[in-house]
Design a binder for this molecule. Structure first.
Ligand SMILES: Cc1cc2nc3c(=O)[nH]c(=O)nc-3n(C[C@H](O)[C@H](O)[C@H](O)COP(=O)(O)O)c2cc1C
Length: 336
């Protein structure tokens, strides 16, 4: 029986053959711990034990799956998340915007990047498909394509960053092409069971919410199971607005994220039909027990994230493993 003040957060959600045990998602957050390491496993397992329904493991660069990371290395991570009762999903990162590589690719030659050739785009799509298959073979429930936050894939959709004159730039149809081809490449390579999430940032880089919604509908038509609608960091509350508009025009579950770590706000977003799932990122760094405490009506005991960003984003900027001012245990869970 569901107790607590916010039972809606604890309703299961069917995702094709899987069931998310509740509506709370841990969104991808780069840890700088290395996803195949023991510290990373302990960190993710602790959050799964805290009761989050779906864990989306941080962005992993797809090229790593071609070279270093095979199913055997990823399997223990999937298992430790699932053993604690959560669905396990991995975010796949097609290209790193902030990579120090001299030969960094972009849709266009802007911001120090070189314009990717069509052959290079195809190669990236193949790497992405291979990465999804590795995750599937490792036993993950799903993968999330990282098409958000102004990174490589997001820039293809953004007129301010995409000045191509070939079939990948210009019209809305052309700007959607790279994202949709990525989805189709994954669909063709994977088996029938693996779930596919797509993370998109609405209304950014020269496109508005109407184009985002049109893209979301095409992503669903291409086979995407869950839309993760992630605005750039901004004032709390706007996130659910965009997720809600997307949800009105699409047919798959939608995740709202960004400043949702107040249980009343998360519950309201579900109650108002703005989303089907709520993602809580930094809030789960500060307190991995957030879901259990809310479920048990103990929300007063939650250690709250103050959005200081000092040791999460701050440590990332310094190239260090993430931690949390409110919770120095982050990254040290493996010690016990
Ligand atoms: C340390 C850190 C790392 C992040 N890494 C990723 C990432 O790998 N992929 C991604 O799409 N978003 C990433 N994000 C963004 C989060 O997934 C989330 O959208 C953001 O933190 C807002 O949610 P919140 O207010 O609940 O923290 C990261 C955020 C933080 C704090």
């Amino acid at each position: 029986m569901v107790a607590g003040t916010y039972p809606r957060l604890f309703e299961p959600l069917a995702l094709r053959s899987r069931t998310a045990p509740n509506r709370i998602v841990m969104p991808p957050m780069v840890t700088n711990m290395g996803v195949t390491s023991e510290p990373a496993r302990a960190y993710y397992a602790e959050r799964a034990r805290g009761g989050v329904g779906t864990v989306i493991v941080e962005a992993v660069q797809v090229r790593l799956f071609a070279a270093e990371i095979g199913p055997a290395l990823m399997r223990p991570l999937a298992r430790c998340i699932q053993d604690a009762g959560s669905l396990a999903v991995v975010q796949l990162f097609v290209q790193d915007r902030v990579s120090p590589d001299a030969d960094r690719l972009g849709p266009s030659a802007l911001d120090g990047a070189r314009e990717a050739t069509v052959e290079e785009l195809r190669a990236l799509q193949r790497q992405l498909a291979r990465a999804a298959v590795v995750c599937e073979e490792a036993g993950f429930d799903g993968v999330e394509i990282h098409g958000a936050h102004g990174f490589f894939l997001n820039r293809f959709f953004a007129p301010e960053w995409n000045q191509r004159t070939d079939g990948y730039g210009g019209s809305l149809e052309n700007r959607m092409r790279m994202g949709l081809e990525c989805v189709r490449a994954v669909m063709e390579a994977k088996g029938p069971e693996l779930l596919v999430f797509y993370r998109h940032t609405p209304a950014w880089g020269g496109y508005g919410i109407d184009e985002s919604i049109a893209f979301a509908a095409q992503l669903v038509a291409a086979g995407v199971d869950v839309l993760d609608i992630s605005p750039s960091l901004g004032p709390n509350g706007e996130h659910a607005h965009y997720a809600g508009l997307t949800r009105q025009h699409t047919t798959v579950p939608v995740i709202a994220v960004n400043g949702m770590n107040d249980p009343a706000r998360a519950d309201a977003a579900l109650a108002e039909g703005r989303c089907d799932l709520v993602a809580i990122g930094r809030g789960l760094l500060a307190d991995p027990m957030w879901p259990t405490k809310v479920r048990q009506g103990r929300e007063a005991e939650i250690v709250r994230c103050t959005e200081c960003n000092e040791k999460c984003f701050g440590n990332l900027g310094r190239g260090e493993p993430i931690s949390c001012v409110e919770n120095p245990r982050v990254g040290l869970e493996w010690r016990d």
